[in-house]
Design a protein around this ligand. Structure first.
Ligand SMILES: Nc1ncnc2c1ncn2[C@@H]1O[C@H](COP(=O)(O)OP(=O)(O)OP(=O)(O)O)[C@@H](O)[C@H]1O
Ligand SMILES: Nc1ncnc2c1ncn2[C@@H]1O[C@H](COP(=O)(O)OP(=O)(O)OP(=O)(O)O)[C@@H](O)[C@H]1O
Ligand SMILES: [Mg+2]
Ligand SMILES: [Mg+2]
Lengths: 165, 165, 165, 165
């Protein structure tokens, strides 16, 4: 299984739809301060089921919807889709390509979809369980979180080991 | 379940000790489960001591030493149970140039098993990436993406680039 | 005492708003005392919004934007009540090169009023210092000090320098 | 008033006596990871009256005494002296040069001295009060503390403003 692309629209500072296509190996994401690099990390965590607004640097979950700028109006929904190549069958689902989508409307309504079919958060979590990429997983190190990774209380650290078991 | 956890834990522990010595060129490191508590409840403590130093408490370590230790823990988990991708957000910020090069070397070793997305301002890290993505704000407050070559990536963080003024 | 505090607070607030605009080249910033609480007990909240962005909560800001905002708060305090010296430990680590240069320019403005000791790995910051001190470990675990010129300082963080191997 | 020099002996990784002589303007302190740069900041905080071991990245105050390396024995005492030029009379004391010293012995006994005469912690705190350089002051930003400076609870932030009042 590997990552094919990430598409964001209306998520945080991604007012215009944007798509990242990923190669194998190492990809560097670069750019000036405050331009949206860490928002890409938040997009990954959000589409994979992050339930805490604080974990996405917000006060409430609606903070992930584009809030507008001095020249643009706020948007009414945020959407992120993550596409995997599953030709090796790592994900327990009968598709060679798997799309996971999450949407949130200003009304507070939220949707999850797998290959464009509505599902529940539980289904998304079950899909990625044990691969290390869920929100409990060890494969995302947020900005400035080196200390948290090492200094969090031992019980929190344990959750990361359980994910690997 | 208990057996599974202990087996995984012992494996991560072994990989951590090896990777730490590899990254620091010496010293020693260990992971310990909380004593006298049921294995399924016990917390995990990280002990590490850079070469020539007697101290093994994380608290007394420097910013750069802690970042490298966290990287060793992360890759030990990776070796035990590889995850298809890994996202690192400015993990190289506290590192001096020598340690930054060590960090990149480790990444390269693992990047044939998984995809690495590395957010960075460091020229040392950018130079080693197979592909580069630029995230910038041509319009204030709205993220856009630009494909960049290495020479351009270094310019993206120069004065005058669109971003936090 | 109450009058004194409010006077100082208003002065810091004014300087903060000015310095923020100077550093970010626009935007707006403010300090607010907690409402409905006695002035001598009230907490202080920092609000800031980079140019063109609608958001003023610190939480949603990026790593680099937060570092620069903290610098603006620090220098606002400095302007209100100068202290003879100031010690900054790797404050420039999250900054891109453009913001690093802005940071150094501010430092230079204030360095005729106070002594600044700046711990850094950044070549941009090193290049502007009036004097340089090298701290290294010729013998593992024991700090020694070496006088360095700029060309040497850049080498100190290169591979092969004595330090965390 | 300005800073003349800092002398450390037996404090943290400064096993051999070391002296930093400071010029006016901006001084950069550079060097590889883990070599003792942030220990210099701890030396400043300690000699100016820091009472929390945790504030000096230790578990107990004895952690500031050199603990030994694979080649050296631990030392039995730590000593730091900070020398100020007080020819402008900022410090409320009748000397043109003021030395503040702090010592700690393995036995747990600790001493403060002003110009080599024993005094109490209260005397040191009274000496530097209102200059912004005491431990409550705003003139020292520790490594990685940008977030703390901005995100600490409003009441903690208030203490910094009080220092400036
Ligand atoms: N809902 C939202 N709508 C619009 N903009 C948002 C929203 N949420 C966050 N932002 C903006 O995104 C910016 C932060 O982006 P991000 O943290 O990704 O920057 P970065 O590229 O990682 O920068 P750095 O290099 O400083 O870490 C902030 O300026 C913030 O105002
Ligand atoms: N009491 C002590 N005795 C001996 N060594 C000590 C003592 N306390 C701390 N140290 C050592 O000092 C080192 C940390 O130094 P410091 O934090 O100053 O590094 P630094 O130069 O700031 O590095 P970085 O660039 O990574 O931030 C650690 O390796 C630690 O082992
Ligand atoms: Mg960021
Ligand atoms: Mg340090």
């Amino acid at each position: 299984m590997h990552l094919k692309k990430l598409a964001c629209a209306g998520f945080k500072s991604f007012a215009d739809p944007l798509e990242f296509v990923f190669d194998t190996g190492m990809t560097a994401i670069v750019g000036p301060n405050g331009c949206g690099k860490s928002n890409v990390v938040d997009a990954f965590r959000w589409v994979l089921g992050e339930r805490s607004a604080k974990g996405l640097r917000g006060k409430e979950m609606l903070d992930v919807i584009f809030k507008g700028t001095s020249k643009r109006q706020p948007l009414s929904r945020a959407e992120v889709t993550l596409t995997f190549d599953n030709s090796d069958g790592t994900l327990p689902i009968d598709f060679t390509e798997v799309e996971v989508t999450r949407r949130l409307y200003r009304s507070g309504e939220s949707e999850y979809l797998i290959n464009r079919k509505k599902c529940r958060l539980k289904d998304v979590l079950a899909l990625v369980a044990g691969t290390g990429i869920g929100t409990e997983g060890y494969s995302i190190l947020e900005q400035g979180s080196v200390d948290v990774f090492l200094h969090s209380n031992p019980a929190e650290r344990r959750a990361v080991f359980e994910e690997a078991a | 379940c208990r057996v599974m956890f202990v087996e995984t834990f012992e494996l991560v522990r072994k990989h951590f000790a090896e990777l730490f010595v590899m990254i620091f060129g010496g010293g020693s490191a260990d992971l310990q489960l909380e004593e006298g508590v049921d294995v399924l409840e016990a917390g995990v403590t990280v002990l590490a001591s850079p070469p020539g130093k007697r101290i093994n408490s994380l608290q007394l370590m420097s910013g750069g030493e802690k970042a490298l230790t966290a990287v060793a823990v992360l890759f030990a988990l990776f070796k035990t149970r590889p995850s298809p991708f890994c996202l690192l957000d400015e993990v190289d910020a506290p590192l001096d140039e020598a340690n930054n090069k060590r960090f990149v070397r480790i990444l390269q070793e693992f990047s044939d098993q998984a995809q690495f997305l590395v957010i960075t301002h460091s020229k040392v890290t950018m130079a080693e990436a197979e592909s580069l993505y630029g995230v910038t704000m041509e319009e204030e407050g709205v993220s856009t993406q630009i494909a960049v070559r290495l020479e351009e990536a270094e310019k993206l963080t120069e004065p005058g680039a669109q971003g936090a003024r």
